[in-house]
Write a protein that binds this ligand. Structure first.
Ligand SMILES: Nc1ncnc2c1ncn2[C@@H]1O[C@H](COP(=O)(O)OP(=O)(O)OP(=O)(O)O)[C@@H](O)[C@H]1O
Length: 253
């Protein structure tokens, strides 16, 4: 049987602290899988391990039947795993389109000397990049902000643009780090719709870290709760939210 995505006994230590401790789960293609847990539970660290910003101490990460544990962050992106960050990392003075083209750039296969000579391949890639950016702006209804500098847009729109930028690389697995952080209720509802749209319409598998339980319940097929780096519960959103250990951890018991 083929594996879409799997984390097997993943562990990372910072000095004496085991921030992610023997974590295992798998995600089927097409799922929305969410990681929850109290502050400091290891959620962002797990994301950083998967996108290879951190190197695991032990364990394996499998993506589409390939062991990607030792690949570089760039190679991971090239395999089709894209991510957003908790805090928006866009170029404020550049337009929406330009920010999306920067996202696309990581996909470029041409080298610098080719860039300079402007060979046909570069031109073809540029056209493909622009087309991908236009398509993503169509799907996420961002065309009206196409030429507007990011800095002058509301925070909720910027968060959607950050997701759009990750989509421009054509990922098979999209990692969203707290998509609702900084958003009001209305913007969070809109974000839930976008996540469902990306999942249903574009067929992209989503792995997300999220605090807002209304968003989690609305979009997640399955939920993993972490605490002190360890797995506490895994199941549907309802099962996990009602798990006694999860209830106790959130009450600080
Ligand atoms: N680079 C690092 N060096 C040392 N300790 C780290 C590092 N990154 C994370 N930690 C520690 O690992 C633990 C898990 O942190 P992490 O940021 O993954 O938690 P989290 O679940 O994402 O929390 P939050 O919800 O607050 O974002 C924390 O105790 C944190 O201090």
């Amino acid at each position: 049987m083929s594996t879409f995505f799997k984390v097997d006994k993943l562990t990372v230590k910072f000095g004496g602290l085991t921030a992610v401790d023997d974590v295992s789960f798998d995600i089927a293609e097409g799922e929305v899988f969410t990681i929850i847990g109290p502050n400091g539970a290891g959620k962002t660290t797990l994301f950083n391990l998967i996108s290879r910003l951190y190197t695991p101490y032990a364990g394996h990460i499998i993506f589409r039947d390939e062991d990607v544990t030792r690949l570089s962050a760039q190679q991971i992106a090239g395999r089709g795993i894209a991510r957003t960050f908790q805090n928006i990392e866009l170029f404020e003075s550049a337009s929406t389109l330009d920010n999306l083209l920067v996202g696309r750039h990581r996909h470029s296969t041409t080298s610098t000397w080719q860039d300079i000579l402007r060979l046909r391949k570069v031109r073809d890639e540029e056209i493909a990049h622009r087309r991908a950016a236009e398509e993503v702006m169509d799907v996420l209804r961002l065309q009206r902000y196409r030429d507007t500098p990011i800095g002058s847009l509301p925070y909720g729109v910027r968060k959607v643009i950050e997701v759009a930028r990750a989509l421009c690389v054509g990922p098979k697995l999209l990692l969203l780090d707290e998509p609702s952080s900084g958003l009001n209720v209305e913007e969070t509802n809109a974000m839930a719709e976008w996540i469902l749209e990306i999942n249903n319409r574009l067929g992209i598998t989503v792995l997300m870290v999220e605090h807002d339980m209304s968003l989690v319940s609305r979009v997640s097929d399955r939920v993993l709760a972490l605490n002190y780096g360890r797995m506490m519960a895994l199941g549907t959103s309802d099962e996990v939210q009602n798990h006694p250990d999860v209830v106790a951890a959130y009450l600080g018991a």
